[in-house]
Design a binder for this molecule. Structure first.
Ligand code: COA
Length: 258
């Protein structure tokens, strides 16, 4: 179905694997097209409650945008590449279904930016993170300057952005860039375990958490006002009735996403 992605749907969790291991899963235009399409599927398919993004092979999550496609690109084309890429990564960030990055190796340039657009990240012990664009005379264009500052703070972010330094998984954990570091063979199972728990909660309430948390970084919104509105919305749902009634009746709730 997708040229550059493998997908598998199990227990309402869609695992999306970027599948160009011979090029360390670099993001060429076809991968970006496929990522946009698969996010449409995540948004639209009611069987999908959450998703994992990972890379094929033991070495790399995504080693960046495909550098071979940058030759001969002019200013307007470059801005268009960044604009389109940002739109796709916003689609991931603004998904009302949780998306977790399983970083199984190099997450460099656009790969680090892709991981950062997911709702949270877990990494294998061999993972390496960095924004090495300045090595090429360019800079991040898929939101990296913004999300790296948001996630690890300006000082650490600018050091990485300006020096092109790579950090290992332990440092990424210390910086708060990832939530867990695990042996590679345990990575996907850990993400599935967390998502199974999340999938058992009230989906509209989970979606409202994402909307409110994203509002922190959206200057056009007041996050506290967004929280009030989303809190109010929860009280109109059948799942709120079910959740509170189940608590009083000392039983597990059965949520319907309504
Ligand atoms: N774009 C296009 N091709 C890439 C790529 C990228 N971002 N990253 C890796 N590749 C390709 C290599 O060209 C090589 O292809 P080849 O076998 O046809 O020559 C293949 O993937 C394997 O990479 P290689 O460099 O041989 O692996 P390595 O283990 O020696 O080094 C890296 C791994 C990640 C350190 C190195 O590939 C690298 O620096 N990649 C670029 C990272 C980067 O600058 N990303 C930001 C881009 S904006």
């Amino acid at each position: 179905m997708y040229t550059t992605l493998l997908t598998s749907l199990e227990n309402n969790i869609l695992t999306i694997t970027i599948n160009r291991p011979d090029k360390l899963n670099a993001l060429n235009q076809q991968v970006m097209h496929d990522l946009n399409e698969v996010m449409n599927e995540v948004y639209q398919n009611p069987e999908i409650k959450s998703a994992i993004i990972t890379g094929a092979g033991p070495k790399s999550f995504v080693a960046g945008a495909d550098i071979s496609e940058f030759i001969g690109v002019n200013i307007e084309q470059a801005k268009n590449i960044a604009q389109k890429g940002q739109e796709i990564f916003f689609k991931i960030e603004n998904s009302l279904k949780p998306i977790v990055a399983c970083v199984n190796g190099f997450a460099l340039g656009g790969g680090c930016e892709l991981a950062m657009s997911c709702h949270f990240r877990i990494a294998s012990e061999n993972a390496k993170f960095g924004q090495p664009e300045v090595n090429l005379g360019i800079m991040p264009g898929y939101g990296g300057t913004q999300r790296l500052v948001q996630l690890i703070g300006k000082g650490r972010a600018l050091e990485l952005l300006m020096s092109a330094a790579m950090i290992d998984a332990a440092t990424a954990l210390h910086y708060g860039l990832v939530n867990y570091v695990l042996p590679q063979d345990q990575l996907l199972q850990k993400a599935k375990n967390i998502l199974s728990v999340i999938n058992s909660k009230a989906p509209i309430a989970v979606a409202s958490c994402i909307t409110a948390a994203n509002a922190v970084f959206d200057e056009s919104k007041n996050g506290f006002t967004v929280e009030i509105n989303e809190f109010g919305k929860c009280f109109t749902t059948e799942d709120m009735q079910e959740g509170t009634t189940a608590f009083i009746e000392k039983r597990n709730p059965i949520f319907k996403g309504k």
